[in-house]
Write a protein that binds this ligand. Sequence first.
Ligand SMILES: C[S@@+](CC[C@H](N)C(=O)[O-])C[C@H]1O[C@@H](n2cnc3c(N)ncnc32)[C@H](O)[C@@H]1O
Length: 347
Amino acid sequence: MLTESRAQPLLHRYPIRHTFPSREDAASLNLSLSRRTWHERETETTVRPGGGGPGPPRTTRRTAPPHLAPPWPHRTVPLAVASPRPEMPLFSVPKEVAVGTAMLGVAFATGLLAGKRYPSLLFGTSKPHKSIIGKSSPLWQYILDHSLREHPILKKLRLLTAEYPWGKMMVSCDQAQLMANLIKLIKAKKVIEVGVLTGYNALSMALALPDNGRVIACDINEDYAKIGKPLWKEAGVDHKIDLRIKPATQTLDELLAGGEAETFDFAFIDADKESYNEYYEKCLRLIKKGGIIAIDNVLRCGMVLKPRKDDLATQSIHHLNEKLVRDARVNISMIPMGDGVTLVFKL
Ligand SMILES: C[S@@+](CC[C@H](N)C(=O)[O-])C[C@H]1O[C@@H](n2cnc3c(N)ncnc32)[C@H](O)[C@@H]1O
């Protein structure tokens, strides 16, 4: 549960009327938080008091017609009750400290601007973009506004995960939705997730599976999953998620040894990049013909264009990309979504 104590840092940043962060903060959280959900937008209408007379417009809620109702019961998920904030003096630090801090800020901003114009000034290397369409781009916002239908508990898990410094590892929400749609399309029952974190994608897949479906969720660190587990339960799908805490290669080997080759419908590979080829080969044996493997981070923020000698993770991904384009066992599509995702269709 998102308790009040956990929500406090968020409330401090997004106080008073704003339930959601600013656009800039949302961008840094890797998501669109400042927008209403798909369902909220669909069930709002703007009216004028007195049947269209003068006065400020007023927004009211209406019941969605059946064809617009989401497939899950909708309810608003409040983060917590905002507490009043004390009045802050204009300067709560000595004037000299404030001036010094401001000067440092100007120097930092100048450095950043120079770095933008001349990227090699930043730490001596050129800094690639985080994704094909920048997360702060209005176009990315438009994509989310016009495609994302996020389950309320997925949204809650996304917000919760984004509170942590490592939250940026979380899968992109539009990408998770694509995978859930594929799972429904192929009527999948058994799926694998290699690299779970708090389980945003594991939960998204579990929601897309039938009640007797199963997600084999592989991770080496249970601490992340412990954060997400209560929300898996709240969504009523925890019985579909079989979390296995050990190196993913070991779990995949155990599945193969247990006679589960060619029994899975879908796999998502999103753990340590150096082992991607091994994960791919094992997952390929585990999924059925017609099954799909989704491989994340195949563009590595653009670094695949020129992998550095000391960057083993990007080299590993680049080698797998080179192999996949020639792999006669599969058809593929490389999609510039998030950090790049390759969809592999087993022949
Ligand atoms: C990018 S995150 C996964 C994000 C996740 N798919 C989601 O839906 O947000 C990578 C995860 O891989 C896990 N991991 C790293 N090395 C691993 C290994 N050898 N075996 C299993 N999991 C591993 C990490 O603990 C981390 O939780």
